[in-house]
Design a protein. Structure first.
Length: 448
């Protein structure tokens, strides 16, 4: 028997095959009161013990004595049973990490825990987890899909934000607080859109009518080229459309009454913005670092421009304001632009037409009459002359058009379209028939 073992060993050595080899531990330490870690020469990091991991946070300093000093060497993480919480920032910017094992003893995944793990291709969240904190998996660019179990009752802001490959967020049918529709994450009652996966390739999106709030960072980093169609949304959370590089020219719909800070932060290709008359202020850093922004239309409903609203918008050359110079001066400090690091202040155009957009009311009608379609369009907030365009459609094909001028103060317009086969009518409000700049969200009515 001894001779056989010696022979096998000799063959293994001759063929460079490890004989009973085991990965060597190259570093180790503590990462919690009763939790330890080891890192071996294969790049496997093992977390062992009982209770919570410590919270190193997202900042990695030169004084850090944990494995994070050698985070580029970590390719696999095994968290053993007994650990109950993954600490804040534990695996922040571990860009070579490809595999993580989370045991069913873990109940919480801390903020920034896996933020920036760009090579992580799969994550299985066990049924023991009830809380996923802010930015936990932000910028996990290789992650294509996430499944949220029924046990998760808290998902923090941008927990799965800015993940370039993520196209599908699924939620267990019995989850009490969240649900998913077409891969998009919503609150259980569907009133809030929590996360639109930024890996989706569609350039447009229609927010369902049941949504009233766009959550913090909900569309951050998405591929959209225009603001989604919104009907009943009244509130935009902070960073709602941050880093949406496809946005170039936007009209914020009149249904929006509140927009939190950094709403369009770092939308680098955004050039033109029309703010709705439903807003009364421009929020803190709302367009911060929109480096290509050239013009903004501000309605006279605005009475405050908050700190850093247009910070570092170095190409902003024209602001079209719907009110008088006196009203502008009442809330816009002479230091407004210098405080936003804009060296050359933009030109302010006072009493500008097109900044207090009309609103097409919902109770419009379209009725067939003797080979034509009679369209009645009620309006709200018509403070200047504009144009109404009605397009009759049969399916997706246009069958007729009619247009007219809407004068300031008018509350309803009736148009007759020569079309006897239309099944719907789409209604637009434009600044002019030449410029065709939309003044509010287009609406569609079914032909009776």
């Amino acid at each position: 028997m001894k001779k056989i073992f010696i022979l096998i060993s000799a063959v293994c050595i001759a063929m460079c095959i490890p004989c009973f080899a085991k990965a060597a531990v190259i570093d180790s330490g503590k990462c919690g009161t009763n939790v330890t870690w080891t890192l071996d020469d294969n790049g496997t990091l093992t977390i062992s013990g009982e209770g919570e991991m410590s919270n190193p946070g997202p900042v990695i300093s030169s004084l850090d004595t944990s494995w994070r000093r050698n985070r580029d060497s970590v390719v696999k993480v095994i968290i053993e049973s007994g650990v109950t919480r993954i600490g804040d920032g534990s695996f922040y910017l571990h860009e070579n990490l490809t595999s993580v094992t989370i045991p069913d003893s873990v109940t919480e995944i801390g903020g920034w825990a896996f933020n920036g793990c760009k090579s992580l291709t799969n994550i299985i969240i066990p049924n023991s987890v009830h809380s996923i904190k802010n930015d936990a998996f932000t910028e996990c660019d290789s992650l294509p899909k996430v499944t949220i179990p029924d046990t998760v009752t808290e998902i923090g802001d941008s927990a799965f934000g800015y993940c370039d490959s993520l196209t599908d967020i699924e939620v267990g049918d019995n989850n009490p607080n969240y649900c998913s529709v077409d891969g998009v994450l919503f609150s259980k009652d569907k009133s809030e859109l929590k996360q639109y996966p930024s890996g989706k390739q569609e350039e447009t999106y229609a927010v369902p009518d049941f949504v009233t709030r766009i959550g913090n960072s909900a569309f951050g980093g998405s591929k959209l080229t225009d603001i989604p169609t919104m009907t009943n949304v009244t509130e935009l959370g902070n960073n709602a459309f941050a880093r949406c590089l496809g946005l170039t020219s936007i009209t914020i719909p009149n249904c929006i009454t509140s927009a939190d800070y950094c709403t369009f932060f770092h939308c680098d290709n955004l050039t033109d913005v029309i703010l709705p008359s439903s807003l009364t202020s421009v929020s803190n850093r709302m367009f911060d670092q929109c480096a290509s922004l050239k013009s903004v239309l501000i309605p006279n409903s605005i009475n405050r421009i908050n700190e850093g609203a247009f910070r570092l918008c170095e190409h902003l050359s024209d602001v079209y304001y719907g009110g008088s110079k006196e009203r502008w001066d009442s809330f816009a400090s002479r230091y407004l632009w210098s405080s936003m690091s804009i060296e050359t202040p933009p030109t302010i155009h006072y009493n500008a037409i097109g900044t207090a957009a009309p609103i097409i009311a919902d109770n419009m009608t379209a009725v067939k009459e003797s080979g034509t379609v009679k369209v009645s369009v009620p309006f709200e907030s018509v403070e200047y002359d504009s144009h109404i365009i009605t397009v009759a459609l049969k399916g997706n094909n246009m069958s007729g058009v009619a247009f007219d001028t809407v004068s300031a103060g008018e509350t309803e317009k009736t148009l007759i379209i020569d079309a006897d086969d239309a099944d719907s009518v789409k209604i637009f409000a434009w600044d002019s028939l030449n410029g065709m700049r939309p003044l509010c969200e287009a609406k569609t009515v079914t032909v009776e």
